[in-house]
Ligand binder design. Structure first.
Ligand code: SF4
Length: 282
């Protein structure tokens, strides 16, 4: 090479384009679109058939929100009839001079309904000696766990709001209200959703063991979904205007026909589209 010749630098290869990162899809939206595509019309089919069997379910308030919250905590991991016993015991032990509350639970409730009587005095419940409160609610079961939960819940509500009034939740967007409630220790999405759905008609879904069982057998939610995930999946699956009815109808169906043991497929209005009966049901 002559001294004047300058070697040309090698042409730079254009950098290979990195493949664009795909945004991870919201699993709840993904499941809802999967179901719409491969099992079209399943959700309205289920709701229409259950409505035809059990009647149309309109929302009405069942109790004042703080009463509903305490009653719902009392239902955790026990039958509704036991929760009724514990709640009635609270009314007797910590009587208030408030107007009687009228409990109108409808078919979603597994008990016989509370008597018409004044709600408990929440301040007295909050400040009762713990061993005494445990004794009072013992007929409802799991009293040593639930008594401190009742007191800490009432304390938190009073400290944050200055009273035991939870009506403000009705003015919040439903998921924010659910977050507010679930920030209290011992209150999960199910308990929070029951309060919001039954007291305010909010479009949130409470997934209890009956709803979860029926939903998984039908294939409305994936078999591996947790109940916690199912709460949010339902928000994508069901029209907000039918959310309340969906909860009430599925829970009632789980009690009436789709029992945990020996479900009565023969008399079930959903059998033609149920994946437990036919794994390839449409
Ligand atoms: S067909 Fe059987 S398993 Fe399916 S929803 Fe009805 S009772 Fe339940």
């Amino acid at each position: 090479m002559s001294p004047k010749t300058v070697a040309k630098p090698a042409a730079k290869k254009p950098a290979a384009k990195k493949p664009a990162k795909r945004k991870p899809q919201d699993p709840n939206k993904h499941w809802a679109s999967y179901l719409r595509r491969y099992r079209p019309g399943l959700v309205p089919f289920v709701l229409d058939a259950l409505e035809e069997r059990y009647g149309r379910q309109e929302w009405h308030r069942t109790l004042d929100p703080v009463s509903e919250l305490i009653l719902t905590i009392l239902t955790q991991n026990t039958a509704d009839t036991n929760a009724e016993k514990a709640y009635e015991a609270l009314r007797r032990a910590y009587a208030s001079d408030k107007a009687p509350e009228v409990h109108t639970p409808g078919i979603g409730w597994g008990g016989t309904g509370l008597s018409d009587a004044a709600p408990p005095d929440w301040s007295r419940v909050e400040n009762a000696p713990l061993p005494e409160l445990i004794d009072v609610i013992r007929p409802g079961g799991l009293a040593p766990q639930k008594a401190p939960r009742l007191q800490s819940t009432l304390k938190r509500v009073r400290e944050e709001r200055g009273s035991y009034d939870l009506e403000f939740l009705g003015d919040m967007p439903p998921l924010e209200a659910r977050d507010w409630l679930t920030s209290i220790d011992g209150i999960g999405k199910k308990t929070a959703s029951i309060v919001l759905a039954f007291c305010f008609g909010a479009a949130v879904m409470a997934v209890d063991r009956h709803v979860e069982r029926v939903s998984k057998r039908l294939g409305l939610i994936p078999a591996k979904a947790t109940a916690d995930q199912a709460h949010d999946m339902y928000l994508e699956l069901v029209e907000p205007t039918r959310m309340h009815a969906a909860h009430v109808l599925l829970i009632h169906h789980g009690r009436a026909i789709c029992h945990a043991q020996r479900p009565e497929h023969d008399i079930c209005p959903l059998r033609d589209r149920c994946r437990m009966v036919a794994p390839k049901a449409p």
